[in-house]
Ligand binder design. Sequence first.
Ligand code: C2E
Ligand code: CA
Ligand code: CA
Ligand code: CA
Length: 279
Amino acid sequence: AKANGRGSFARYDRDMGTEVQERVRLLRNLRNAFQHDRLFLNYQPQIDLSNGRIIGAEALIRWKTESGELVPPDSFIAIAEYSGLIVDIGQWVLRNACFRQISLEKAGFTNFRMAVNVSIAQFRHPQFLDMLEQALADTGINPALLELEITESMAMLEPDYVIGVIHKVKTLGISVAVDDFGTGFSSLSYLQRLAVDRLKIDRGFVNAIRSPAQTTECIAQTVIQLGRNLGLTVIAEGVETETQARLLKQMGCHEAQGYLFAHPLDSSELVRWLEQHRD
Ligand code: C2E
Ligand code: CA
Ligand code: CA
Ligand code: CA
């Protein structure tokens, strides 16, 4: 409500109040859930489009409330970032994902790449690299099979700082992907300086792929070309139809992830799915 009369002001204040209260409550509940192990990870398989083989999976956080309700990450990651809680949660995610990768290796799913989302608050934390090294040491994961996903918009926030951290991450042997690519405004030269391994085409551009006739106009095509020209691997997220998968492959996209192949799965579902798709 705008300032057209006292009544409106009052309503505005009250709305603001409830919104703040709501956020405080959400944060308290999240902290509580984190302390009581009600956060867990799902894993969404990633596929090599050239041969249909399984490459690995992306770890995605889930929050199950005491009443069994699932809270989607889009509704709590922002507040976790804002409050700084994401640093601890992110460390937990990373370690858990690494341990899962190791147990998959032990179960015979070798060379399984684990992709983990990292937020800017984690990335700029002074102990981030120590934390990474500690996770590698404690879990014994092969760093070449660990990938960090950072969003394009986050990478753009503090370009030089982010470039510096990426270089150090890569020195550890860990690979880096730019997530939600195409939604930010990174320039070609910046992308080159970022020195990442993979571009992940944002779901919105994949969703826009509908028929063979319009592939030349679609942004996905441009992003794939850009990635290929820079010598990067390109992965598409949010692939839901056979047509999208086929056209992405034709456009030169290397890898894909989406409901067409599998939804995000909990750890036992993932193992079952992998067993069914073993080649
Ligand atoms: P994201 O990294 O872009 O992850 C992709 C999202 O697309 C996931 O939503 C996934 O479930 C969803 N998705 C996968 N395939 C399809 C598809 O075919 N169609 C559609 N419509 N959606 C698909 P989710 O799991 O709800 O996660 C939302 C966002 O929350 C993620 O977006 C990521 O930004 C954030 N997030 C999730 N886990 C973590 C985490 O551990 N740490 C941090 N910092 N952020 C996380
Ligand atoms: Ca991601
Ligand atoms: Ca994404
Ligand atoms: Ca996203």
